[in-house]
Write a protein that binds this ligand. Structure first.
Ligand code: SIN
Ligand code: CO
Length: 375
């Protein structure tokens, strides 16, 4: 269990997306939830996204996993990074929980880096907010002000930025946390073999949002009327697009998203989709509802699969969006929302669905899909 030493209201008011912050001793008595050899083991797996970044003869190198051997990790100036560690390692997944004071839909994933002395990925700017927790070892971090800096490719897989003046220059020790808002240049180099855990946040690009919404409309609407101008008037200027014509185009474009609610099915499915592969194990043969009920009665704890995204909307409480799919929780919204709000549920949830067969049926379905599992 990781407990965050942070005044959350003060953080949200003064730092979140506003300025970087060093949270000294953010986690007291921090113990790494994963060991370096486990990180190497994961980097050998096909499904796991891993990268080896190193500097040799003043030249940056980046290689993508899976890796068969790790000679490079015996040398200095090297980092091994694993994306979406929360999908693959249940103990490490617990490091996301302290940051759930920010909503599920904004959290992206947990990345880990293991660095040898001098290891780092170089000076760069991320377009997402990140909390970087120091685990094993020490790492020296520099963070600059948000300013226009030249960015360039250090090689085909690494984007760097030019040198910057530091507004934060600090050596992190185990349990310290560095919060870096999107757009602030930073670089961190290990002072000694070091592990860092980064919880990153997604902020959808506005054009990507539009394009995703358009794709959703194409996929879900069979036939839509075409533009028509049955009231065509006599006109003098064939080169001119008349104001009512432009207004009609504008009306058509907005008709699909006239109210905030009309975005719900699209946004719910899109934002609950996992960006990185999930470690899904479907239950075979599937559990019956009675079996799931008995597991609850026997005190089982159900854990939400690492990285699985589950959300609902305040304005559409009867709908749940889980891993890109829409589910109905009419009649048992309290239980449905509990599933999305909690990382694990146990016998305390029984009273939320006790008399509702639909709730048990839905939960059984989700368990059989491998979305919640018993430890
Ligand atoms: C790292 O842990 O090496 C990279 C973290 C970052 O700079 O985003
Ligand atoms: Co970064």
């Amino acid at each position: 269990m990781f407990e965050l030493n942070l005044d959350i209201s003060d953080f949200l008011e003064n730092y979140w997306q506003k300025k970087p912050l060093v949270i000294k001793n953010g986690f007291s008595h921090f113990e790494d939830p994963i060991m370096p050899d486990e990180i190497a083991g994961l980097a050998m797996e096909e499904e796991v996204e891993s990268r080896l970044v190193y500097k040799k003869d003043a030249q940056w190198h980046a290689e993508l996993g899976p890796f068969k051997s790790f000679e490079q990790l015996e040398k200095e100036n090297t980092s091994l990074l694993i994306q979406a560690l929360d999908h693959w390692h249940s103990d490490a997944q617990e490091l996301v929980r302290p940051f759930r004071f920010l909503p599920n839909w904004r959290i992206d994933d947990l990345m880990i880096s293991y660095s040898t002395k001098g290891g780092g990925v170089g000076p760069h700017i991320d377009n997402y907010d990140v909390f970087i927790t120091q685990g094993l070892g020490k790492r020296h971090w520099r963070v600059g002000a948000q300013e226009k800096l030249r960015e360039f490719s250090a090689n085909n897989a690494l984007k760097h930025c030019e040198a910057f003046n530091a507004i934060i220059d600090v050596e992190l020790e185990p349990g310290d946390i560095l919060y870096i808002p999107s757009g602030y240049p930073h670089e961190g180099y290990a002072v000694e073999p070091s592990m860092n855990y980064s919880v990153g946040f997604r902020a959808p690009d506005q054009n990507d949002l539009l394009s995703s919404f358009a794709d959703y409309c194409l996929d879900t609407t069979e036939e839509v009327p075409r533009y028509n101008d049955i009231d065509m008037q006599v006109r003098e200027k064939p080169g001119q697009i008349e104001t009512p014509e432009l207004n009609e185009l504008h009306r058509i474009m907005l008709a699909k998203c006239e109210t905030p609610e009309s975005l719900i099915p699209w946004f719910g499915c899109m934002i609950s989709e996992a960006k990185h592969e999930l470690d899904i194990a479907e239950i075979d043969p599937p559990h019956t509802e009675q079996e799931v009920q008995s597991l609850f009665n026997d005190g089982a704890e159900f854990i939400r699969l690492g990285g699985l995204r589950a959300v609902y909307f305040a304005t559409a409480p009867d709908l749940l969006f889980i891993n890109g799919e829409q589910f109905n929780c009419e009649g048992f919204t309290e239980f449905g929302h509990y599933l999305c709000d909690q990382d694990e549920i146990g016998s305390e949830a029984i009273e939320l669905f006790d008399d509702n067969p639909d709730a048990l049926a839905l939960f059984t379905k989700l368990v059989n899909k491998g979305y919640w599992y018993v430890i």
